[in-house]
Design a binder for this molecule. Structure first.
Ligand code: PMT
Length: 403
């Protein structure tokens, strides 16, 4: 699952200053492909008008149980049709009512009728949030299976500093997507590498490649969404670390080798997506190499880097599943199959590089998967996020078959 296509989200908004962030949240949920129903309390309406939410959600907003709904019961319909329900922001009052099963307004009545997964995003003054009665209510809700998204800490509108701030809308949307993902990787430890390595020549120059990290980050994120505990070892890229993923930043091949090999023992599945530089300058100058005006050439001697994947293939235990990637400009199948054998892999995902829409930098990728038993599957050109889920599906099928 890469977004919220075809999903229906019920968004409850209660009366906190952070209600304005719910406007952006509705926009993001719609952008991710969801249909959105909004329910607001009277207090929320004092912060943001319902017209804004009606326009953005393209649905009437539930504020009153007694409004004429032309024969249907609007709040029950919204509760019944949602795939997930979220309250953002959730005040202490609303949390208390939900914890006790009270239904004295349109929002709490609607939420009491929800059978889909519910997420609560508390947002309030720090002292209120830390109050034992609020914490007790949150514990009660959590025990009932409600997912509580912890507030951020920082400067609050009430001039206090501490936990209580509603997280950014993109983060809430991300966690809603996760809540709806099947947790078929729960209990599994996944180690992924991504991005290029960067091999310094001197303090200002280096040898590297075009890897953007998009493919590896998509795999790390997809595994986290599906319930795995994920460690990502990443070369230098311009992407934000994926939420919920333990991210280790490295620069050189040697640093990546140290990080991957030290984390390997604790992993069930290892996916080496990084574009590791095969060679590095034989020495790293400590001072910037100066340009000499009458010299129009310079020679750089390169030495071979360790092959991290091959080292992992040598160390691999029977119960570990090792996946490599192959970046090829030609003879994709022959080269990929050679690498499976040479590096003792269970699977390799081969992609053509140096073409548009696939391989380095692109948002999309066209991958052919080769397994060590000789089977081969072509995945058509698609978004790297979708490719990531298909690769994880393939790995899971294999693991289930062999366990
Ligand atoms: O990051 P993006 O812009 O999204 O691009 C994605 C990608 C094209 C980088 C990715 O899909 C990909 O193909 N990654 C592998 C790149 C690569 O180094 O391929 P290779 O065929 O040279 O190496 C084969 C395998 O050995 C790879 O898993 C590589 O990580 C590993 N290797 C290579 C050399 C080395 N010294 N150590 C290694 O571990």
């Amino acid at each position: 699952m890469t977004g919220l296509n075809g999903k229906q989200i019920l968004l409850g908004i209660t009366g906190g200053i952070a209600a304005y962030k719910a406007v952006e949240l509705v926009r993001l949920l719609k952008k991710a492909g969801a249909g959105v129903d909004v329910a607001m309390t009277d207090a929320a309406l004092r912060f943001v008008g319902k017209t804004t939410f009606e326009v953005l959600s393209e649905n009437p907003v539930i504020t009153d149980l007694w409004e004429d709904s032309h024969g249907s019961v609007a709040h029950i319909d919204a509760a019944a049709r949602c795939d997930a329900a979220v309250i953002a922001p959730a005040t202490a009052n609303c949390i208390a009512k939900l914890a006790q099963g009270m239904a004295d307004d349109a929002l709490t009545t609607t939420f009491l009728a929800v059978t889909a997964p519910i997420m609560i995003c508390p947002s309030m003054n720090t002292h209120m949030y830390e109050n034992i009665r609020v914490q007790r209510n949150l514990d009660l809700l959590e025990k009932d299976g409600v997912y509580i998204l912890d507030p951020d800490a920082g400067d609050l509108a009430c001039k206090t500093v501490g936990p209580g701030r509603l997280p950014d809308p993109w983060f809430i949307a991300d966690r809603i997507i996760r809540m709806l993902c099947p947790k078929d990787f729960a209990g599994r430890q996944v180690l992924v590498s991504a991005g290029p390595t960067l091999e310094p020549i001197d303090p200002v120059r280096y040898v590297s490649n075009h890897s953007s990290g998009k493919m590896g980050y998509a795999i790390a994120k997809a595994a986290e969404m599906r319930g795995a505990a994920v460690t990502l070892v990443t070369g230098p890229v311009c992407l934000d670390p994926p939420v919920g993923v333990d991210t280790i930043c490295v620069q050189t091949c040697q640093e990546m080798a140290d990080a991957m090999l030290s984390k390997m023992d604790g992993a069930d599945i290892i996916i080496q997506v990084a574009a590791v530089a095969d060679f590095r300058p034989d020495r790293q100058e400590t001072l910037k190499i100066k340009k000499i005006s009458d010299q129009d050439r310079m020679t750089l001697t390169m030495v071979q880097n360790p092959d991290i994947l091959q080292q992992m293939g040598e160390k691999k235990r029977q119960d570990q599943f090792l996946v490599g990637f192959a970046a090829e400009t030609h003879d994709l199948a022959a080269n990929a199959v050679k690498k499976i054998q040479k590096k003792n892999l269970d699977m390799i995902a081969a992609n053509l590089v140096g073409v548009r829409d696939s391989g380095f930098k692109a948002d999309t990728n066209q991958v052919t998967v080769f397994m060590k038993d000789g089977s081969q599957t072509d995945i058509p050109l698609m978004d790297k996020k979708a490719v990531a889920h298909i690769l994880l599906d393939t790995i899971l099928t294999r693991l289930k078959r062999t366990s």
